[in-house]
Design a protein around this ligand. Structure first.
Ligand code: UD1
Length: 428
């Protein structure tokens, strides 16, 4: 039913400088929908998910679930039903896993429900080494035997996994989600220490509890899970995408049009909004769920450190770097989460930015304008930075490798055309 078609030669062509006016609606969060879908593996009952964004990564996850035997039906726009009563395979194949690192999220639930799982070692964005060692160590601590053979993680559990005390050496978002899903059907109590606090982790806990799981402490660094024998079906709505919302805020400030952002999740963006205010950009509520972005004429330079939630998200780093090119002074952004997440810097410099990388810090010196040229989308979030840059650059920017964008930004070209951007796709 699902197809993941990637046209590698497709480019996005943006004519900069057009005035934007209208409503940009924030979609369901990719990073919430992916674990929500993986969680449907945990029950033989039907689970309905609403507000699921139409993204390549979601299609990949759906295909992965279908490949292990799930029946998936689209009930309406963004509404899907999932049911995995008879598994037909316990293996998540390389072809799918290599497209998306978050495929690792099926490991915990498969192992927990079936006692066996094979998942190819993941691929995805090339932003650093991004190992999955913490996921595997935690599953081993819960009694799983794990072998890496021929590029596959092969995990066995004798009967049920065992509740255990897990201490993550480093905060990991999908690691916390994977172990939470493994623990809900394990025998006994699992305590996850140094757990991730991200809203997507909290939302997964809420969904699992609706399915009958016994979880406490989500949203803190110590999550306690008492295993239960089985889980039920439920209906769950995917939370709004805080990263897309933050991207829209930056885009709206830089293009200085009359843009209204719908479904802006204030509660997840408190720190980001504070940074925006430091820069001189204000998120003003205008109606229920709707905001407008107002800015001071001169933007102030700031120093940003990417950190785990509730601090500044690495997934908004590239977009804020684009913004800070137009501040009235020198800014710095230090990337603390991923070691190779500055691949957009040479691309921004090609457009006229003046950014220097010193170790894990980017020094951003102000420029007057960007002038359009050919650039590459180097990873998912960097591709959003290129779109923002293209909207303000003088002339026509051609963004190559835009399949990265389609992995994580729902119908972005359509959303932007609807508010007056001149943007089109072309096979180059
Ligand atoms: C998730 C998000 C991604 C975001 C990232 C950080 C999803 C689907 N993706 O990715 O958009 O950029 O959080 O907020 O939710 N690490 C290890 N060993 C492991 C696991 C992680 O060393 O086993 C390291 C990573 O290399 C990285 C850091 O821990 O340096 C944090 O990574 P993690 O939180 O796991 O990122 P993801 O869950 O992959």
């Amino acid at each position: 039913m699902f197809e993941v078609k990637v046209e590698l030669r497709e480019a996005l062509i943006i004519e900069g400088g057009n005035r934007l006016e209208g409503v940009l609606k924030v979609s369901g969060a990719k990073n919430a929908a992916l674990p929500n879908i993986a969680a449907t593996i945990l029950t033989e009952k039907e689970v309905i998910l609403e507000n699921v964004p139409d993204l390549l990564d979601i299609k990949t996850m759906n295909l992965l679930l279908e490949s292990i035997g799930a029946e998936i039906n689209q009930i309406d726009n963004g509404i899907f039903s999932y049911r995995l009563s008879n598994p037909k395979s316990f293996s998540a194949d390389y072809e799918l896993v290599s497209k998306m690192r978050a495929s690792i999220l099926v490991l915990g639930p498969m192992l927990s429900r079936f006692g066996y799982a094979e998942v190819a070692l993941p691929g995805g964005c090339s932003i650093g080494a991004r190992p999955v060692d913490l996921h595997l160590k935690a599953l081993e601590k819960m009694g799983a035997q794990i072998k890496i053979e021929h590029g596959y993680i092969k995990a066995y559990a004798q009967r049920r996994l065992k509740g255990s005390h897990i201490f993550f050496d480093k905060i990991t978002v999908t690691g916390t989600e994977n172990i939470m899903m493994a623990a809900v059907l394990a025998e006994g109590t699992t305590v996850i220490e140094n757990a991730a606090l991200e809203p997507e982790v909290v939302d997964l806990a809420i969904m699992l509890k609706k399915m009958g799981a016994d979880i406490q402490g989500e949203g803190t660094h110590r999550i306690v899970i008492n295993g239960v024998k089985q889980l039920n079906g439920t209906t769950h709505r995917v939370i709004p995408d805080r990263i897309e919302a933050g991207t829209f805020a930056v885009l709206s400030a830089l293009t200085d049009g009359k843009v209204i952002i719908e479904n802006y999740p204030f509660e997840y963006l408190e720190y980001v909004d504070k940074v925006l205010e430091d820069i001189g950009i204000y998120v003003i509520p205008v109606d229920k769920n709707k905001v407008m972005i107002k800015r001071e004429e001169k933007l102030r330079p700031v120093n940003i450190q990417t950190k785990e939630y509730p601090l500044f998200p690495t997934d908004l780093q590239a977009q804020f770097m684009t913004l800070l090119c137009f501040a009235d002074g020198v800014s710095e952004i230090t990337e603390n989460i991923f070691e190779n997440r500055f691949m957009h810097v040479p691309e921004l410099n090609r457009l006229g930015a003046n950014i220097e990388i010193v170790g894990k810090t980017a020094i951003i010196r102000p420029v007057e304008k960007f002038s359009a040229t050919d650039v590459k989308a180097t990873d998912l979030r960097a591709s959003a930075a290129m779109v923002i840059a293209g909207l303000i650059a003088e002339g026509e920017t051609r963004i190559h490798n835009i399949y990265h964008l389609d992995r994580g930004y729902e119908h972005i070209d359509q959303k932007l055309s609807n508010i007056g951007a001149k943007i089109r796709r072309e096979i180059i």
